[in-house]
Design a protein around this ligand. Sequence first.
Ligand code: HEC
Length: 104
Amino acid sequence: MKIFFTAVLAFAAFSASADDVAEGRAKAEAACALCHGPTGQAALPNAPNLAGQQAIYLSEQLRNYRSGKRQNEVMNMIAKPLTDSDISHLSAWFSAVKVTVEAP
Ligand code: HEC
């Protein structure tokens, strides 16, 4: 378990530079904000929040939408043209957004 978490943290630290985050932000504002909101807090009631989500999770979902392993008409179309570096930039951006949570 400890080894697993160390590996995950190392990956996260390695994958997200300030440049990755900035590139992801620009791309997201142009292509994702309409539904997922400008900072990843969903603007549509049927779109999920992406802000603060783990980069590894986001990248996996985007690759699955791109390949068709995860089916959703809208996201399959949106993910199709994304390159691997687009995916890592977008994931770096949304995961860098800080979210605070408050229990009711
Ligand atoms: C037209 C609206 C729309 C746009 C634009 C859009 N999305 Fe989505 N997105 C959705 C909807 C709706 C879902 C839920 C799909 C499902 O049920 O699988 C979703 C799901 C996702 C998920 C899965 C989240 C999870 O919790 O599993 C990710 C990641 C994602 N979108 C990323 C993006 C990115 C990155 C962009 C821009 C490149 C983008 N989306 C643009 C509507 C949109």
